[in-house]
Design a protein around this ligand. Structure first.
Ligand code: PA5
Length: 475
């Protein structure tokens, strides 16, 4: 399938699922009938999500983000302008849904060596997303920034996440030691009323804060101030990002999965899951889209990996997301994808027009392995390899489909993110699980609290002690 002129003009992303069908994949693919068998379920899921749009109590507040942020966007643009002038570095402190989005947008829409560019060539301060508590990483971050000229965006809905809050304590201390009023160099993005950052802001006498709405879960928050402030600081056109999301939303109004790209992807994945395909590989053919696969991995895993249905029935559902990068991982994972178990659906992300072409000069024309490359470009080569991979996977009977981006920019990224968010919400609903909770991450959190002596976790501590191995037999 080629990029048509209309698609190029409208900058519409599109899904090609040819290689999921029996027409191209033979018995390993799905017939019209098999896909249509899930049409009614898809329709019900669509109705449920769209009838409850914007409802905070159902965690569907994110569906309205493309439309209801006019005021906050203006505020963010003013703040971002000030930050660009005043600070040398901007650091996001957050984890999971509070970090993957900002990091992904940075990777997608900024120069791939942004921090190495001279100041005059960057649109904003140096940019870091600190989403881990590796002690080395924190210390080494402090080695390369001057805290007094750094703006720290603490992103935490709850203000109770140990990782983010310990980072905040370290940074506050460093600011105080540098003689800086914490309020001058910190911005909070958090819940409106609840949560510890609200309390801390009051204690400190008012910290500039942005609100993460009640109905917007972390992994659905990239189009909220969680993602918009860091993006605006980087000079990313956040209005175009939201416009892209709105355009995709409009294309997803139909409850007929053949007329709704997100519902189509949900049906493809759901059909594959019912057929035992427990792995969802995302393979972007673009370094700029590399972190979309990381962001999607959380969205897909945390939303769908559940052990109970909404009616309280036990289940164990979900698909394991795998991140892959084209073409790099052709030399690492493709062997497994073409010859290993039939347990995967591979989503390729293709770019029809890259930001750069990078022509390949002619040379060494006496060597056949090299001669044919000269006169082409890296753009042609990467596109040929993407097409060739889809072909090879299909020849081997492997389920794969491709999401095409006419180019990578704010507008197309906004479309892609909204498509994947809706796809996840529809699929969770089709699986009859709650795609917006994450009870499975609680056990580890509680055990950490107990190990570090948090008040109220004595019982957990006793349990940890009682279940600790009493011999080194397995060590
Ligand atoms: O998607 C989610 O809800 C999680 O990944 C959270 O974003 C993550 O646990 C961080 O939580 P908080 O924003 O409360 O610090």
């Amino acid at each position: 399938m080629k990029l048509t002129e209309a698609r190029r003009k409208e900058l519409k992303i599109w899904v090609d699922y040819t290689n999921m069908t029996d027409k191209y994949l033979g018995a390993k693919g799905y017939s019209e009938k098999a896909l249509n068998a899930n049409a009614r379920l898809a329709k019900v899921a669509h109705t449920q999500i769209h009838a409850n749009r914007g409802k905070d109590e159902l965690f569907l507040g994110w569906t309205e983000l493309p439309y209801n942020q006019t005021e906050v966007v203006e505020d963010i643009l003013v703040t971002a302008k000030f930050i660009r002038k005043r600070y040398d570095a901007f650091v996001v402190l957050g984890i999971g849904g509070s970090a993957l989005g900002p990091s992904m947008a940075f990777n997608a829409l900024c120069h791939l060596h942004y921090n190495d560019l001279p100041k005059s060539k960057r649109k904003g301060p140096k940019f870091y997303v600190e989403d881990n508590i590796d002690p080395v990483r924190m210390k080494e971050l402090l080695d390369v920034i001057d805290v007094s000229n750094t703006c720290f965006n603490v992103i935490s809905k709850s203000g109770a996440t140990s990782e983010t809050m310990s980072q905040f304590l370290i940074v506050s201390d460093a600011l105080k030691k540098a003689g800086v009023d914490v309020r001058e160099n910190v911005i909070f993005t958090t819940d409106a009323k609840r949560g510890n950052l609200v309390k801390i802001s009051k204690q400190l006498g008012g910290v500039k804060s942005y609100v993460l709405g009640d109905g917007v879960g972390g992994r659905f928050s990239e189009l909220s101030p969680v993602g918009l402030l860091p993006a605006a600081v980087l000079g990313i056109d956040i209005k175009a990002l939201l416009k892209g999301a709105a355009a995709m939303d409009k294309r997803c109004k139909s409850s007929d999965f053949r007329k709704n790209p997100a519902l189509l992807c949900a049906v493809l994945q759901y059909t594959a899951m019912q057929d035992g395909k427990n792995i969802s590989v995302m393979m972007p053919y673009s370094d700029n889209l590399r972190q979309v696969a990381d962001w999607y991995a959380q969205l897909w895993a945390e939303s769908l990996g559940k052990n109970v249905t909404v009616d309280g029935k036990p289940c164990n559902v979900g698909q394991t997301p795998v991140k892959s990068l084209g073409v790099t991982d052709q030399h690492s994972q493709i062997q497994l994808y073409t010859e290993g178990p039939f347990d995967k659906v591979i989503t390729l992300l293709a770019v029809d027009k890259y930001k750069e072409v990078s022509p390949i000069p002619r040379g060494h024309e006496d060597i056949a392995d090299i001669a044919f490359l000269g006169g082409h470009s890296l753009e042609q080569l990467i596109q040929a390899e993407e097409y060739a991979t889809a072909y090879a996977l299909t020849k081997a009977g492997r389920l794969n489909y491709t999401i095409h981006l006419p180019e990578v920019n704010e507008y197309t990224l906004g479309q892609l993110l909204f498509l994947l968010e809706l796809q996840t919400a529809y699929t969770g609903t089709m699986l009859r699980v709650d795609p917006f909770n994450q009870p499975g991450v609680e056990a580890g959190k509680k055990a950490t609290f107990a190990l570090l002596g948090k008040a109220g976790y004595d019982l957990q501590r006793h349990d940890l002690e009682a279940t600790a191995p009493d011999s080194d037999y397995f060590v």
